[in-house]
Structures are given as C-alpha cells and as structure tokens.
Design a protein around this ligand. Structure first.
Ligand code: CMP
Length: 139
C-alpha cells in the first residue's frame, strides 16, 4: 500500500471530463484520499516542474498549466505509483495503450490530461508540495 500524487490538468477540467478520469482511477483500485481544485500560480507551477526548467517545452508547459483550473489528488493503493503510471499511459497519447487515461482523453503530448509521480520519493515530495497530512483521509 502506498500513495502517489496526481494532477488532472487544464485540458481535462476545461472539457468537464474529470469524472470520467476519476472513474478510471477508481475502477483500477486506487482510492482518492485527498482532492482539491485550484488555479496554479506561475510560481507554483514553475516550482513543481523545476526539473524541466531547461527543456524546450518548459515555457509552454507553464503557460498551459496556469491556463485553467487543475485538480490535485492523492491516490492510495497497492503499488500506487506504478499502478497509476500504467493507468495514465505514455506521456504522448499517440503511444499510449488502449483504455489508459491518456489514450482515451489526452489531446496531445502537452495537453495530456494527467500527471502522476514517477517514483515513491517524488510522490512524497509532490504530495507535500500541495497537501498537509491532515487533509489526506485514508479509508
Ligand atoms: P507530465 O507527466 O506532467 O511531465 C511534464 C509535462 O510536460 C508532460 O506531462 C507534458 O504535459 C509536458 N510536455 C510537453 N512537451 C513534452 C515533451 N516533448 N516531452 C515530455 N513532456 C512534455
């Protein structure tokens, strides 16, 4: 049993498909133990994606991530980090497997509907970047 961090991104909130995404999450045995909707500031988005600051797509990524509401989530379950990465599918939806969130819902490599932590260590860091421990309620 562990936790991972998820963001439902602006392309998904704008299209009002957050429920469809949460259904895929819950159908795959992950429990949404914390969730809030917010608008990222430029500073908050830049801090979150600091690891990508030298990438050519960084400025576009920050503009996109601050273009509308996001939903930040903590997901809990067996092998949550690995499980959620499988459910999300490849970063580029063209390469994602059928049935994954990105294959079903993402628009392109940038507007790819969801983010999920890539390791248990990063999951902890990312969860702490958005949530206090008392906001996370396990079953
Ligand atoms: P995410 O998993 O949140 O991590 C970095 C984000 O940058 C990625 O999803 C995409 O939204 C965005 N992005 C845009 N272009 C690229 C690219 N060429 N490679 C990886 N990520 C990209």
């Amino acid at each position: 049993m562990n936790r991972t961090f998820s963001i439902i991104k602006p392309d998904a909130t704008k299209r009002n498909i957050t429920g469809s995404i949460n259904k895929i999450i819950e159908d795959n045995n992950l429990i949404i133990v914390a969730q809030k909707r917010l608008k990222l500031s430029k500073e908050k988005a830049e801090g979150f994606y600091a690891v990508h600051k030298d990438k050519p797509f960084f400025n576009d990524l920050i503009e996109y991530m601050t273009s509308g509401p996001v939903i930040v989530q903590v997901l809990e379950g067996d092998n949550a980090v690995e499980n959620y990465r499988k459910i999300m599918g490849a970063t580029n939806p063209d390469n994602a497997e059928k049935g994954t969130i990105r294959k079903e819902h993402a628009l392109n490599i940038q507007e790819n509907s969801v983010h999920g932590s890539d390791s248990i260590t990063n999951a902890e860091i990312e969860i702490n970047y958005f949530f206090e421990e008392n906001e996370i309620i396990s079953n």
